[in-house]
Design a protein around this ligand. Sequence first.
Ligand SMILES: Cc1cc2nc3c(=O)[nH]c(=O)nc-3n(C[C@H](O)[C@H](O)[C@H](O)COP(=O)(O)OP(=O)(O)OC[C@H]3O[C@@H](n4cnc5c(N)ncnc54)[C@H](O)[C@@H]3O)c2cc1C
Length: 473
Amino acid sequence: MKEKTLVWFRNDLRVNDNPALYETCKDNQVIAVYLTFSKQWRKHNDSDNKLWFAMANLHQLEKNLEALNIPLVVLNADCFDKASGLLLKLASQLECSSISWNDEYGLNEESRDSEVEKSFSESGLSCKRYNDQTLFRPGTLLNGKGEFFKVFTPFKKALYRQLQPAQLNCCPTPDKQKPIIIKRSKTVRYTELYKPLSEQIPELWLAGEDEAHQRLTTFIEEKSEDYKANRDFPNRPSTSTVSPYLATGVLSVRQCFYAAWMSNQGELDSGNEGLQCWMSELIWREFYRHILHGFPRLSRHSAFIEKTEKLPWSNDKANFKVWCEGRTGYPVVDAAMKQLLATGWMHNRLRMVSAMFLTKNLMIDWRLGEAFFMKHLIDGDFASNNGGWQWSASTGTDAAPYFRMFNPINQSEKFDPKGCFIRKWLPELAGLTDKQIHAPWQHDLETSYPAPIADHAESRLTVLAAFKALKQP
Ligand SMILES: Cc1cc2nc3c(=O)[nH]c(=O)nc-3n(C[C@H](O)[C@H](O)[C@H](O)COP(=O)(O)OP(=O)(O)OC[C@H]3O[C@@H](n4cnc5c(N)ncnc54)[C@H](O)[C@@H]3O)c2cc1C
C-alpha cells in the first residue's frame, strides 16, 4: 500500500509540469494542501489583483486535482511562522509520512521552508524539495570565482553554455490515483477572500492552465517572430502577457522556454531574432531570482549598490500622489499609470519610463514606487519588480547607468508616435494632434489636463549632481 504524502502548493498552481506533484505521485498517495497567508501577503505588499488571481487559479487547480482524485485542503495560516505547526498537525491528522514542495527564493519564504523542513525532520517525517521556478537552481550557476553573477550578459552566456536539453523537459500531468477520502475540519472559503481592484480585471485575466497555454501558444505562433521589432510599442499587442501566469505558477518557465526553443529549431542564441529576444527576457526573470537568492539584503529593502543609500531621495508625498494617480502632466507617464490602475498590468517599456520618471525626474525613493507597483500589479513578483525598480533607479545590479535618464517626451514620440496609447488611457487628450499629444503644455492649448509636475532638463541636472556627489570621498 502506498504511503500518504502531502504536496504543498504555493506559487505553482498547476498539475502540468509540476515537479513536486509529479515526482510525489509516482510512489505515494497524494493529498494537496494550500495555506493562505493573508497578513504576510499584505506585509509583502501583494496586491488584491494578484491575490484574487491566485485564488481564482487555486479554484481551477482544485478542479484539476479532483479529476486526479487528489483532494485539496486549504488552511488559513495568516503569517509564515504558523506554517510548520499547521502542516505538522495536518500530516498527523491525515497520517501522512512526508511532505514535498517546489522551492521559492525570497528570504522570508526560504526561512519559512527551512523551519517546516526542520520541524518535519524532528518529528521523524521526511521532506522533499524541488526546483521549479528557475531553469538552474539559484546558487548553482556561478562565475569563475564561484560567486553569483552580477551582470546579465555573462550570466546569460554561462546559462546557455551549461543548459542541457533535459532541463527543458516538462513533466506530464500525473496519472489518476485511487480515490482517497479524508476528514476535512475547516474549509477556507478562499474564492471570496479578495476582490480585484477594477471591474475589467476578471475579464482580462481568465484563470486556469488552459488560458495560460492559450496565451503562450498564440504568442509563439502569431507574435514571437516579430517580438524584437514590436515589443517596445505599448499600443501593439506584441508581448505574450503570460507574466501573471508565471507569477502564480499556472505556467512554468520551462514550458515557456521549451515552446520558444522548439519554435526556434532548438537554437538559443541564433535563429529567429524575435524568439531569441523573448528567451532572453525569460533569462532576465531567472537572473533576478538568482540575484535575490544570492544577496539577501535585497529582501530587506536595501539597494544593491550600497553607496546609493546615501542619495538624498525626496519624500514629497504630494508629488508621489500625483504620480500614483497619473496626473504628472506627462501624458506617456499618466497613460501608463492609468493602464496599471485599470488592468493590474503595465507594458514593460512603460514600467521603465514611469519608474525612471518617479526616481529621476521627481527623485522619489524607488522603494515607494516598488511598493506601489506591488500593491497594484496582477503579475507582482518580488524578484522582477525589485530588479526592475533598482534598474530604473540606477541602484541595482547591471542597472541603467545614472546618466542614462529617459526623456519622457522622446520616449513618447518614439514608442507611441501617433499617441494611440495615450488617447486610449487619457480620453481628455483625444482631440490633440499627433504632434501636440506628447507634451500638451508646449502648444498653448485650452485643456483640463494638468501642467507638467517637473521640468525634465532641470531634474536631470539635479539627479546627475546627486549621483556625482556619491563619488566624492
Ligand atoms: C519597474 C519594473 C517593474 C517590474 N515588475 C515586474 C513584476 O512585478 N513582475 C513581473 O513578472 N515582471 C515585472 N517587470 C518585468 C516586465 O515588465 C514584465 O515581466 C513584462 O512586462 C510582462 O509582460 P509579458 O508577460 O507580456 O512579457 P513578455 O515581453 O512577453 O516577456 C515574457 C516573460 O519574460 C519575463 N520578463 C520580461 N521582461 C522582463 C524583465 N525586464 N525582467 C524580468 N522578467 C522579464 C516575464 O516573466 C515575462 O512574462 C518589471 C519591470 C520593470 C521595469
